[in-house]
Design a binder for this molecule. Sequence first.
Ligand SMILES: [Zn+2]
Length: 329
Amino acid sequence: MFTKWLRFLLWQPFALMCRRFPLWPFRAVVTEPVDGVMCIKIDNLLTRLLSRFSGGYDYAVCYVVDRTLMVDTGFPWARRRLKQTLLELGLDQTVSTVVNTHYHEDHTGNNDLIVDVCQAQVLAHAVAVPEIRFPIELPWYRSFLFGPARLAEASPIGTKIDTERFRFEVVETPGHCPGHICLFEPEQKWLFSGDLYVAADLDSQLRDADGPQWISSLESALRLNPEWMFDAHGSIFSGAERVERHLRRKLGFLTAIRDRVDRFATGTQTIQELTRKVFDRRDLVDWLSFGEGWLSIITASDFSRCNLVKTFLCARISAAASHDGQDGR
Ligand SMILES: [Zn+2]
């Protein structure tokens, strides 16, 4: 209880300052990489520094398709700048639907704003809807980095979603978290990939990540043969070969971890010991983070390599159990 009060008292002035008098004002960069797709990236000096430090990918961006469909709504601190941008571009008059690729707060952080300003409806995978409508209290560093989540209604998405010119298939791609989806336009070969990719070699993950599911989702995405990939953290890849190369790099990274878990998960050992063997790195970050990856340092182990290793371990043990069950029959 004491820590809750302490957090509350420290948090209020900080939150007020970020909303009213940001030390580093946010700027919006709007691009149109291909006809019909707008990318709205909102950042400031601090987010750019953090992005650079955390592996080169931006804070989550928003995409607007055909001026009517918004894919993800960004992080809550971006709110005022996003509102200004929507008004400047006249999107307040045209956006009618929001699709959240998943429930993380840096992708759903301004759902309520889009509902208010554009009278849009918010759609997400049925598994993600309760997480969006009834969000958990965020760990301190996530509130600090992204801002406090605001509440908004959301409804389950169907299997397809159309705009005037484009027809999207909703592709289930769990792995980064449960209820993660991508949107795929088969004629244009566009893949709005949410956090399916982000970066090829992201090793520290949250507890809701699932390595084996992530591998299947990447394989499903590859089968679509996308020619454009719009990543939710700002990277845009064009050309079938380039998109495939990036998806395969990510797939290779995860399958290598899976194979090393299979190789080293023998006898009994702590999950940390196993993780160290799986990653086998001996650099400064590894030493400072007790083998859990650098993101674990700033997130008090909320992000950790162990989380990913654990999911491969669970899949391996379940597979062995069902194999034994079949043998025993
Ligand atoms: Zn995410």
